[in-house]
Design a protein around this ligand. Structure first.
Ligand code: AGP
Length: 615
């Protein structure tokens, strides 16, 4: 997804721009570019569209600006949506006069209509992007004699869609104008310079104070400070927030890649997520809440919305909430929720689960839930993200920044947070006694230690992956909460190794998928000791009878269920509803090693972006 950075206040801005873009690499990009303004009324643009080498190309080209006295600049990494990953489509985009440039993250949904009108009025376009429409709209407004700030205020009303953009003009080269609507945008300052960025890491080591903007804000940033305007043009406030992430925590800390570092960070991430959340009264605290316990007591249904790995965490929560509260829980892929007339009212609690808090499908589902009158909670990792600010309450996963595109530590932290929410709801509903909540909470805080035991199997799991590295199909099977774990194991393998992999409820095999099993297939069975243990053992027999290879993830004492030539990866036995926290870890490690064995880039898998801010 596109990354944005803007800097005003003088200095060696070109390097600040490219350094900031480097730290946004994890968002995924296929081209990159900057525009800078120089004293004397000159604007210079540099762009590169060379896939993952684009930033390196841009860095070397911008060396020529190392000693230049630059007034202001904007920089962008593009993840193609409208128009291919070509140089003409790389941002920043000029207007006809090339005195104004724009970078954008998001989509101008009515761009085709606006572009047609602009062409009719004589504008000529050089790209296929929706972003170039913004440049020409601003040009048209400025041609009436108004400032860039006024032009942005007017033009933003003509565009539909979720977007944030930054514009720069030679008419006032020391000023950046930003607009934010349902796409991330923050501000920062170091006292001398001001920054606009799509994400915290872009300016983490450059700014010391950070600010959020509300949706539909227009912001004017110069070296002298900031002015913020609301949708109706009146002056508005920005909100300062504390960033306790260090740059070091966003770096690899000695690991070969971010994914392995983040897999090993899981015990700490989960400990942080659980820490101090249980009061002695048995009450569990949300981070920011405007939903009273009385309001939660009136809830008669829970609806969980999420995408990808977050959806799998939500699926675990469905089992836990239904078991511990006896309330029905519906679960939806976010992009389905908003278009299918979900049955939601003011007695429904809608829980949006998202690492980034910015995934557009989930953000839109959250908007829809609010429109329908639901009580809403966001479970997300990024403090002050759009979902965190939109929802009535927030429960943060305190996993720290996750750079690897494949979610690992944020997934286990999400499950931990959602289990806390399930316990909170059960207490409010009077379904569990405080001492039962206390017991489960204390089992939960033991889980990070259990995950550490699984991490010790890193090398063994690598050897298992090596054995099956030439196989071409992988099936993950599980029952009850083992099913979402199976889905997550398959997603991880697909995402980073590109091997065909599917997750199934084990009991469903015989209804179709078993037809795919033969001696080339590998089946990974989730076989922790639960009341369904014997049933999964029977499912493993079905697999064996089709000559497929078997890998079992199971607890101490179950080793005897494997036969010669099969593999057993032991995981500690824990409370059945907490088992996904432990059982998913060997699957993450398996996917990681398989991808490395195949020579793939685990941090930046092809075609994927860390945060998907388009529909
Ligand atoms: C996880 O490995 C994936 N990168 C992806 O499925 C991700 O979980 C999904 O896009 C949702 O992201 P979010 O948690 O930031 O909303």
């Amino acid at each position: 997804m596109c990354g944005i950075i803007g800097v005003v206040g003088g200095g060696s801005l070109a390097k600040q721009l490219t350094d900031g873009l480097r730290r946004l690499e994890y968002r995924g990009y296929d081209s990159a570019g900057i525009v800078i303004t120089l004293p004397g009324g000159e604007m210079q643009r540099m762009r590169a569209a060379n896939g993952k080498n684009s930033l390196a190309d841009l860095e070397s080209e911008s060396q020529s600006l190392a000693s230049a006295d630059i007034l202001s600049g904007i920089g962008h990494t593009r993840w193609a949506t409208h128009g291919g990953p070509t140089l003409p489509n790389a941002h920043p985009h000029y207007d006809c006069s090339e005195r104004l440039a724009v970078i954008q993250n998001g989509i101008v949904e009515n761009f085709a209509e606006l572009k047609g009108q602009l062409i009719e009025r004589g504008h000529s376009f050089t790209s296929e992007t929706d972003t170039e429409v913004i440049s020409h709209l601003l040009e048209e407004e400025m041609n009436t004699g108004i400032t860039l700030l006024e032009a942005v205020k007017i033009a933003s009303h003509r565009m539909r869609g979720a977007m944030s953009f930054v514009a720069i003009s030679l008419d006032a080269p020391g000023v950046l104008i930003g607009f934010k609507r349902m796409a991330p945008m923050i501000l920062g300052t170091n006292g001398k310079q001001w920054f606009i960025a799509s994400d915290i890491p872009a300016i983490l080591d450059q700014a010391s104070t950070f600010y959020h903007l509300e949706d539909d804000s227009v912001v004017s940033v110069s070296k002298d400070g900031v002015e913020v305007f609301a949708e109706d043009g009146t002056r508005a406030e920005m909100t300062e927030f504390i960033v306790d992430w260090t740059l070091e925590s966003a770096e690899k800390a000695g690991f070969e890649d971010f994914m392995s570092k983040e897999i090993f960070e899981q015990p700490a991430a989960l400990r942080d997520t659980l820490a101090g959340r249980l009061r002695s009264s048995g009450e569990i605290e949300l981070d920011e809440t405007s939903i009273s316990n009385d309001a939660l007591a009136r809830i008669n249904k829970v609806f969980i919305v999420a995408c990808g790995t977050s959806y799998h965490a939500g699926m675990v929560a469905k089992y836990a909430i239904e078991h511990w509260t006896k309330m029905p829980v519906e679960l939806d892929i976010s992009s389905e929720f908003r278009y299918r007339d979900p049955v939601v009212d003011e007695r429904t609690l809608v829980v949006a689960v998202s690492q980034s808090g910015e995934t557009l499908d989930t953000l839109a589902a959250l908007h829809e839930a609010k429109n329908l009158g639901a009580q809403t909670i966001a479970v997300c990792n990024v403090v002050g993200s759009s979902m965190a600010r939109l929802a009535d309450s927030v429960l943060y996963t305190r996993a720290g920044p996750e750079v690897g595109v494949a979610a690992t530590k944020t997934h286990t932290a999400q499950i931990g947070a959602l289990l806390l929410l399930a316990l909170k709801l059960s207490r409010i509903k009077g379904q569990l006694y405080p001492n039962e909540i206390d017991d489960i909470y204390h089992e939960l805080v033991e889980i990070p230690g259990k995950i550490e035991e699984v991490l010790e199997k890193w090398d063994f799991i690598r050897s298992v992956a090596q054995v099956f590295s030439e196989r071409d199909r992988f099936y993950f099977i599980g029952r009850h909460v083992g099913f979402p774990v199976a889905l997550e194991g398959a997603l991880k393998l697909k995402e980073i190794s590109y091997l065909p992999a599917e997750g199934y409820p084990a009991g469903e095999l015989k209804h179709g998928p078993i037809a795919m099993l033969d001696k080339n297939a590998v089946v990974i069975a989730m076989a922790s000791k639960t009341r369904l243990f014997e049933k999964i053992v029977s499912n493993i027999e079905e697999v064996r009878a089709r000559d497929s290879a078997v890998i079992v993830i199971g607890n101490h004492g179950s080793e005897s269920i494997i036969k010669e030539g099969e593999y057993f990866i032991e995981v500690p036995q824990v409370h059945p509803l907490l088992a996904p926290l432990v059982d998913v870890v060997p699957l993450q490690i398996f996917a990681y090693h398989m991808a490395r064995i195949h020579g793939e880039d685990v941090d930046r898998p092809r075609n994927l972006a860390k945060t998907v801010t388009v529909e």
